[in-house]
Design a protein around this ligand. Sequence first.
Ligand code: ADP
Length: 655
Amino acid sequence: MNKGSIGVTSDNIFPVIKKFLYSDHEIFLRELISNAVDATQKLKTLSSVGEVKGDLGDTRVRVSIDKKKKTLTVSDHGIGMTAEEVDKFINQIAFSGAEEFLNQYKDKAEAIIGHFGLGFYSAFMVSKKVEIFSQSYREDTKAVHWSCEGSPEYTMEETIKAERGTDIVLHIDDEFSQYLEDATIEGLLKKYCKFLPIEIAFGKKKEWKDGKEVELDEENIINDINPAWTRKPADLKDEDYDKFYHELYPTQMGEPLFHIHLNVDYPFHLTGILYFPKIKTNMDVHRNKIQLYCNQVYVTDEVENIVPEYLTLLHGVIDSPDIPLNVSRSYLQSDNNVKKISGYITKKVADKLAELYKADKDEFAKKWDDIKMFIQFGMLTDEKFYEKATGFALLKNLDGQYATLDEYMDKVRENQVDKDGNLVLLYTNDPDAHYTYIERAKAKGYDVLLMDGELDVHCMSQAEQKHEKLRFVRIDSDTIENLIRKEDAAKDTYSDEQKEGLRKAFDDILKSQITNDQSPINYYVSCEPAAADALPVFLTQNEFMRRMKEMSAHQQGMSFYGQMPDSYNLVINTAHPLIQELVGKETSEEVQEEVEKKAEKEGDAPTKETVIKTVYKLDGEDERLKQLIDIALLASGQLKGEALAKFVNRSVELL
Ligand code: ADP
């Protein structure tokens, strides 16, 4: 028997492994199985070049548990190791500057393991003793038995092993007894080994028979050795992609909307499949993530720095041996390969979307509502993607018709350019609440867009920045005449006093109603000659202020707008017959005369208020004013609760 000390320059690697790598201890299984798979693949390569003669026989990797002996064993039929090789690959862990590095990466288990090639040693995270039994594929070599109890001392001796390959036997520590449970191991195998290129067997297949679970003779194979992403797109049908999707996410319901098969050889290697999922609720968004593989070995589903942020909402797999896995996340961002990968994925996704749109616009439009969020997110965060996406990002109008912004602008240009040359696009985020406004717009032959998505406001602002003479305005943000102003504003015949009186009368009532409701909303009253067939009084909401408020809900640093109360304009339509009747038929000269007469009588200049009260007989008690205000509130969905009940009662009385 041969005794020796493992060649670690640092005092002892084992306490480090146990202590620092604690949080990630489950990866030991991935490391051991990766080694077994590597050894098997090496053998296959040697065989294919004729270095290994004859049939390779069984090449499955097996994982087994012996509950009595408290061992977990990983066995392969790969190239195996001679005593010299065990000495070289396992005993001589030569590394320099170990301590320094360990301090630096204390909490990054994977970094340490990867950096030192300590894959095998991760077994000590969960074992009190590890044994290797190995028989090299080389002729005339003896099998070797290596054993180590978690200290730098090991033993090595000759042994007899009938089959070529390696068994790694882990004597599991008492505190890690969960790794002797079938369910735990099967779970880990499913997580890390589901798509390894060599079959991994764990126990026997089970079947339900007469209400009992019975074991079959057949081995339970964990993995799919030819996952869809490793195959040629030409060999795959849509069904195959859908099937793989469910293999990847067994609990995900429904089919993905479409897929993108990634395949690059230069200047880096990357394969994979991305899926656009059909997302129903916000919860779905984060349930399944893109999985990152390295040569079919699962690495992580935290791909934030590798895939552009907006695409992390997609599903699927990315497999690349060129992504440096063992470095810190912040380093990843600055890695050139990673940057290229991210750029490539963006381009590929954009090209695919453009291709789908070109191939079948109607079919693409059907999917639009489901993919809209990804695309808008991408356009807002990635300039390159924005440029490409203008070719397929769609707008939807109230008739359910879809068009790109360019197509849509061409469609409405004839009718919706204002006198200053601005192309005005009208939209609503709530067709029911804006019904009366929409009707008026339609009567003018205008088209109205439906913009009810979470990112729509941001996208509108972005489009306005990119197109100089483009304005989006919500249908309720002004009178329809003002939204798309075709000629100079119409003038009314009222004097300033008349208008001020009118304004004041409405304002008083509004104020008293608001204080009653303790409404957090600010209302401003103004007079405008809108149109005879518009409502006599109606509400509008300034586009700019409202949009700032909406955007601040999603953005940091804009809380100033977020804290502003909602504000609306109450527009008194002086072109409406009802308002004209309220004010009376007097022209401004007549009013002026009357005021002067009054002043003579009283020997003093009358206040505006007395003028209004005496001349127009308008005051805060006027039921008609209350009714008109309520109608305006009602038409924009703001009349609720007690106020609504009062309105109903008053209406009945007036009848
Ligand atoms: P890495 O796999 O990163 O090189 P490991 O510590 O996991 O580091 O393994 C060290 C070396 O030991 C491997 O490179 C390989 O040569 C050898 N080895 C480990 N496991 C096996 C195995 N199951 N069969 C053959 N050789 C193995």
